[in-house]
Design a protein. Sequence first.
Length: 136
Amino acid sequence: MKKKDCVYNIIFKQEEVIKTYEKWVYVLQNKNMISEYLMQNNYHKIAIYGLGRIGKQLYKELASSQLTVSYVIDQGYSITNKYYNQVPCYHPDDRLPNVDLIIVTVPSESEEIIKNLNKKVSCSVKSINEVLFVIE
């Protein structure tokens, strides 16, 4: 990959993260919470895909609610760590335990990640943006 393409890719990924945060702030300003939406829709056992900024923020919100974050999924983090805040951490290629919902927190790659997860799990899989869009 050329240096120019690499820089463009980084900028694109960061723009996607910013768009997600903007949507999330809008949801919060309207006094809505992701955790409330999940509970109202009978999603109680949650897995989070991605431990970047968005994934860690989502973990904080869900961990302070009545929901259970059953595990997290992260390619890089899972290589060096078995747990994130005492929650099991899996690699995407691992056999994943059953949950009510997996939320993908990697906006720039969510379509591909969801497609791959749907081949190996029987639970619902949604991107963070899908969830925020419905709440909005």
